[in-house]
Design a protein. Structure first.
Length: 343
């Protein structure tokens, strides 16, 4: 009887230890947020909360896109540069004093948006096709397309008389569509792109959970050979995942250009790091076949909560890179521990 009680006690301790280790990232973030709030009470103000929500909405599309690649046990490090290319393409057709295409008046916003989606979609197709047909590792493929995309951005910005300069002076219609007021809470305004982010989350949830494509994606991520035997068109699924991801990157660029009100060669730089960190924090496993849309939303939200808090603490921006690196490292370590424990 004593042995049983001792064993039961060990099981409880192990369960508590597992719970703490598996949720270590959430615990660390909660503690950090509480500490920041104590030092800087304004961190919990309405303006701060709305700022966190808007930043989350702006970063959600790229995370939703890259998550599909991670579900396939891959990644997409070209994501940030695709965001930058989309933003540049849209900006070049939506500015009032056009130096890239001299004399061109701002086009109806649907035209540059579709152009950006097509351009990014082509890059997504190249990524997916290379992974599916040539059996290349997604990291290598997207490293190559990251460099190619950045080169295209630099060349594009030198067209006409622009000479690589920052693009600004957007058509008010474009800016209003993205950053116009959705609703007002007190003296704080919530922009339109928050609504767009909600719609994208809903659409991606349906795609992941209610379509054959979504089921195939998880099947391929869990076990590619088993998916093939089950009749899943693995190549088509992989290609479609990367194309869908690229579309989300284009939408991120669409929002980002209007939100920041200027676009240059560094737009989108390192965005994929934040997106990958958010996905892993939100439970999208690099082991493959695991992930939920709700987890991605939570991951992006938590990341913005901590980064906004660090800004309130006036932490040097250079240290944020170090912090992001540690977050990715810890999150991946926790993810791998969960996988090994299950195995």
């Amino acid at each position: 009887m004593d042995n049983y009680k001792a064993m039961n006690s060990k099981d409880k301790k192990r369960a508590i230890t597992d719970l703490l280790l598996n949720n270590a990232m959430y615990i660390i973030i909660v503690i950090a947020v509480i500490c920041i709030g104590i030092v800087q009470p304004k961190y919990f103000s309405l303006a701060s909360i709305v700022n966190i929500i808007t930043l989350t909405a702006a970063k959600l599309p790229i995370a939703l896109g890259i998550a599909g690649c991670i579900v396939l046990t891959g990644t997409d490090i070209s994501a940030g540069r695709q965001v930058g290319l989309a933003a540049v393409v849209i900006a070049s057709m939506s500015i009032t004093n056009n130096r890239i295409f001299p004399g061109l008046e701002p086009l109806p916003i649907i035209v540059p948006l579709l152009a950006a989606i097509v351009v990014c979609g082509l890059i997504g197709f190249v990524n997916g096709f290379s992974v599916a047909k040539f059996k290349l590792h997604p990291f290598i493929v997207t490293l190559a397309t990251q460099l190619i995309t950045y080169g295209i951005i630099l060349i594009y910005l030198k067209l006409g008389t622009n000479n690589g300069q920052t693009l600004s002076g957007f058509d008010p219609v474009y800016r209003n569509i993205v950053t116009g007021t959705l609703l007002t809470i007190g003296s704080v305004k919530i922009p339109m792109y928050v609504l767009y982010a909600i719609i994208m989350v809903a659409v991606m949830w349906v795609i992941w959970n209610k379509t054959t494509f979504g089921k195939n994606m998880f099947a391929v991520g869990s076990n590619e050979e088993a998916a093939t035997v089950s009749g899943v068109n693995v190549s088509r699924t992989i290609i479609m995942v990367f194309i869908l991801a690229a579309i989300m990157y284009a939408l991120t660029g669409f929002i980002d250009g209007a939100r920041i009100a200027s676009v240059n060669a560094n737009t989108g730089f390192n965005y994929e790091c934040d997106a990958i960190a958010a996905c892993v924090i939100g439970g999208v496993s690099f082991v493959g076949g695991t992930g939920r849309i709700s987890g991605i939303v939570i991951g992006v939200l938590l990341l913005q909560i901590i980064f906004t808090g660090l800004n309130y603490m006036s932490v040097d921006q250079n240290y944020l890179y170090i912090i992001k690196g540690f977050i990715i490292l810890i999150a991946c370590a926790i993810d791998m521990r969960k996988y090994l424990t299950k195995k």
